[in-house]
Design a binder for this molecule. Structure first.
Ligand SMILES: [Zn+2]
Length: 75
């Protein structure tokens, strides 16, 4: 079984060994929505910004935290 979490950990291993490829970085970017918000190491490598440049972009850490908090409030 190869879950997304296992794949993220495999990519982290490549990062720490300083042998991650451009293809793997692109893969990490594609998995960005699955990275835990406390996981700064992978978020930075996936190119997820801490704050957004314009209101149309809601992929940054702050927007994702706000969305997660709103989801908890609704539950
Ligand atoms: Zn944002």
């Amino acid at each position: 079984m190869n879950t997304i979490t296992e794949r993220l950990e495999a990519l982290r291993t490549e990062i720490r060994a300083e042998r991650i490829s451009y293809g793997e970085i692109a893969e990490l970017q594609g998995l960005a929505d699955h990275i835990d918000l406390s996981d700064v190491e992978l978020l930075e490598w996936a190119g997820v910004p801490e704050f957004h440049e314009d209101d149309e972009d809601t992929r940054c850490w702050e927007c994702r935290k706000a969305a997660a908090a709103a989801a908890v409030d609704e539950a």
